[in-house]
Write a protein that binds this ligand. Structure first.
Ligand code: SF4
Ligand code: SF4
Length: 73
């Protein structure tokens, strides 16, 4: 399980993701979907960059699009 900490929030690269939209920017300011769970915004998949994220490597995550599928098990 990915911990919802300030340090992990700082490492999340969702802020640079092409799929992230204005609703997500406005309502999901901390991102870190792999810990916090999915967004309530409507979202169109335009690519997921979780694979380039240090949290993805640190916690040996296997999946992508946590913003729509929910937090990592
Ligand atoms: S793995 Fe994805 S959702 Fe999790 S911190 Fe990294 S970019 Fe954000
Ligand atoms: S979980 Fe993946 S698709 Fe969603 S905003 Fe983060 S990097 Fe982008």
């Amino acid at each position: 399980m990915v911990e919802d900490t300030k340090e992990n929030i700082g490492k999340c690269i969702c802020k640079s993701c092409p799929s992230k939209n204005q609703c997500m920017n406005d309502s999901d300011k901390d991102f870190l979907y792999c810990a916090k769970g999915k967004t309530e915004c409507e979202m169109v998949k335009k690519g997921c960059i979780c694979g380039a994220c240090p949290i993805h490597a640190k916690y040996k995550l296997k999946d992508y699009y946590y913003c729509t599928s929910g937090n990592a098990e």
